[in-house]
Write a new protein. Structure first.
Length: 222
């Protein structure tokens, strides 16, 4: 008959300790919430960053559109003289700083053009009669406006209207590096708006019967 040892061997004690520890680990639930939170935290941060970025970008795009409408409306009212005074046009273009706030207006490019409709000779291609621009971009050349079509509602021979074009680059607050990963995108996005506006001031130049606003250093439509 074999008599068992009074004291278990060290190996047996170690195995029992490991089994007990493993059992306690299987039954333990105190750290499960922390582990689950650590797993979903990156997803929550991505959702939060995406929502914040989207709302910020939409606000910037909305203000670019608002700026184009503001510049078109102010210019369409004309001046006490024709062509419009250069100082008045400078003030109108300077409104970008107030309209775009809190966004930086220094990279906003603004082009304002006095357009004429000549259905007889140009069909639905508008004519640029005079044009001016902010200091960081170039005004449109006078003559038929390549790539443009007379907007619906202005397609009457002799009609004059203002066209305000605004573009602005937007740099994301968060994740601008991620944009570079997407094909065809860089670290910035360009927002643009083009707003036609009926001329509400100006002078009637014969033989036309519609009022026309002439921008600084420009001339009336031929």
């Amino acid at each position: 008959m074999t008599i068992p040892p009074l004291f278990p061997s060290r190996g047996a004690r170690t195995r029992r300790s490991i089994r007990r520890a493993a059992g306690r680990f299987r039954r333990a639930r105190r750290g499960s919430s922390a582990v689950e939170f650590a797993l979903i935290l990156p997803v929550l941060l991505m959702v939060w960053a995406g929502m914040s970025e989207m709302s910020h970008a939409i606000d910037n795009w909305r203000k670019v559109t608002l700026l184009a409408r503001t510049v078109a409306d102010l210019t369409a009212q004309g001046d006490t003289q024709n062509p419009i005074k250069a100082s008045l046009m400078t003030d109108i273009l300077s409104s970008a700083a107030n309209v775009l706030r809190p966004f930086d207006a220094t990279n906003a490019k603004i082009v304002v053009s006095a357009m004429g409709v000549d259905i007889t000779n140009l069909n639905l291609v508008p004519r640029v009669c005079s044009s001016t621009a902010s200091s960081n971009t170039t005004a449109r050349a006078t003559g038929p406006a390549a790539g443009l079509t007379v907007p619906a509602g202005y397609r009457t021979n002799g009609v004059r209207y203002m066209l305000a074009e605004v573009s602005m680059t937007y740099t994301p607050m968060i994740g601008s590096a991620l944009l570079k990963i997407l094909p065809g995108l860089g670290s910035t996005i360009t927002f643009s708006a083009s707003i036609p506006w009926p001329a509400r001031g100006g002078t009637v130049y014969a033989p036309n019967t519609y009022t026309e606003i002439v921008l600084p250093n420009g001339a009336a439509c031929p």
